[in-house]
Design a protein. Structure first.
Length: 277
């Protein structure tokens, strides 16, 4: 079958790619400029001060930026891992078990998908303040453990990639529910769970409102809140703008590395993993 070429579709895709990549290109170029060059030279003209800017950023308050980076890695890594496990268990249960109130629970989860996270930030703050967990790592971690969208995706992946016949065979062989889940279900859902993990990791990594509300100690800040503070300082100290841009560049490198690392787990046919297992 001969593939038909569409110049219009190609043009639209190129425009879309340019729209997404031009801001990234600007950050790369701007981070190579000195404070004096940032606003006085052509926008897309690179310079040679990248490593100087990284050194200045690293020296800011004895390396506070790297503390923010470590905090963000903790929030996103642990939060996404626990959220993915909970999503896998909940999605598997909703897809393969029958119990009273199943439809109601699933409808509640769907409603949770439609609720923006920013609306829940204040109620979550009030709840955690009651138990004295605000301004701690748990204030950011606990709300990130439950992801309605992750549970919804996991339910779809479980229904598509875990054949009921294999579960019945596992039970006939004497495996309990937990062993079946760990040894049979999780490997079959691996492709989908990688997607859930990546979505949740990126969402937590880029989250601003929740940690901004929950945290008061700047040593607990993630990168988003920390760089926002530096940006506010730029109004009185213009030299801080280069640190903000450089910090933004460094903050996207882990996301790119994670995407390149995990993309090999994605497969077109989700059922292929189950059949192979």
């Amino acid at each position: 079958m001969q593939l038909r070429r569409s110049p219009l579709a190609t043009t639209l895709l190129l425009l879309g790619a340019a729209y997404c990549l031009l801001p990234v290109l600007w950050v790369v170029i701007a981070s190579s400029k000195s404070a004096g060059e940032l606003f006085s030279t052509f926008t897309l003209a690179p310079s040679t001060h990248l490593f100087d800017n990284i050194a200045d950023l690293s020296n800011y308050r004895d390396g506070l930026y790297w503390r923010w980076m470590a905090n963000t890695a903790l929030y996103a890594g642990l939060g996404a891992a626990v959220s993915t496990l909970i999503s896998a268990m909940a999605g598997y249960a909703l897809a393969k078990f029958d119990f009273r109130g199943k439809s109601f629970v699933f409808n509640v989860i769907l409603a949770g998908v439609l609720v923006p996270g920013v609306i829940l930030a204040i109620p979550q703050y009030l709840l955690l303040a009651k138990v004295g967990l605000t301004n701690t790592y748990w204030a950011v971690l606990l709300p990130s453990f439950i992801s309605p969208y992750g549970i919804y995706l996991a339910r779809i992946f479980a229904a598509a990639s875990v054949p009921t016949e294999i579960l019945e065979a596992s039970r006939i062989d004497g495996a309990g529910d937990w062993r079946t889940f760990g040894r049979v279900v999780l490997p079959m859902m691996r492709t989908g769970l990688v997607t859930v993990f990546l979505f949740q990791f990126v969402a937590i990594w880029n989250n601003y409102m929740l940690p901004f509300i929950m945290l008061g100690d700047d040593k607990l800040y993630p990168i988003t809140v920390g760089l926002s503070g530096l940006l506010n300082q730029g109004a009185s100290q213009p030299a801080m703008y280069t640190s903000v841009v450089t910090g933004a560049l460094l903050s996207i490198i882990p996301l790119i590395a994670l995407f390149l690392t995990l993309q090999r787990y994605w497969q077109v046919d989700l059922a292929a993993g189950g059949v192979k297992a």
